[in-house]
Design a protein around this ligand. Sequence first.
Ligand SMILES: NC(=O)c1ccc[n+]([C@@H]2O[C@H](COP(=O)([O-])OP(=O)(O)OC[C@H]3O[C@@H](n4cnc5c(N)ncnc54)[C@H](OP(=O)(O)O)[C@@H]3O)[C@@H](O)[C@H]2O)c1
Length: 217
Amino acid sequence: MDVGIIGGTGPAGRGLGLRLAAAGMSVGIGSRDPARAEAVVDEMTAVWSGRIEGELLGVGNEEAAGAGIVVLATPWEGAVHTVTELAGRLEHKVLVSMANALMREGREMLPLVHPRGSVAAAVQAALPRTKVSAAFHHLPAREMADLDSGLIADVLVCADDPEATTETMSLVERIEGLRPLDAGSLSQAAAIEAFTSVCVTLNIRHRAHSTLKLAGI
Ligand SMILES: NC(=O)c1ccc[n+]([C@@H]2O[C@H](COP(=O)([O-])OP(=O)(O)OC[C@H]3O[C@@H](n4cnc5c(N)ncnc54)[C@H](OP(=O)(O)O)[C@@H]3O)[C@@H](O)[C@H]2O)c1
């Protein structure tokens, strides 16, 4: 398994997993309940089997955590608890956190201030022997999960460990239309995660499915 997605059964994990599998990778969609993951993978392959160049597997989160590179796609409230239980499996690996701590208030999404600054920083603090990066925060799940939607976006990547940055950027590059940008150390995750609230609010107010694209780089 090239990539394992912890909490992969939600819209974000499904979308990312599908894009990576379409790009030829072997992807484990992880769940607390492996049967649920298998059902989700069956649904996805029923629609997209002709476009999947690699493979999609429905697995438990523990198995997903054994993959070459691992993505954390649970809601932010469950992130630290989930990875702490998998700490042994995640030792020395690159773990990409895509979790955002947000709260909806009417037609606006608001960022929650995490006591550690960001969800990614909290995950790194819980797993000192894992190389944590943060990426994929601003991608709309619905577009990711539709291979017919032309996806064009920049993906901001940050990490303290250089290998985490390099491996995460390589993963982003596998998906057509995505450009990885090295955005610095894991301290940047606070601003990156919080900015998601602006992206989602824009989409709510403009009934849009916009993505982030930076000019001048
Ligand atoms: N949706 C988007 O457009 C988008 C885009 C970029 C980033 N994100 C971020 O990616 C993460 C996932 O987003 P999502 O919309 O896919 O979320 P979600 O559907 O609410 O959750 C994803 C999966 O996480 C598992 N889960 C739920 N609560 C959990 C808990 N307390 N502890 C451990 N696992 C739990 C569930 O899988 P099982 O029940 O199968 O275990 C669920 O299917 C979020 O942090 C979000 O901020 C979302």
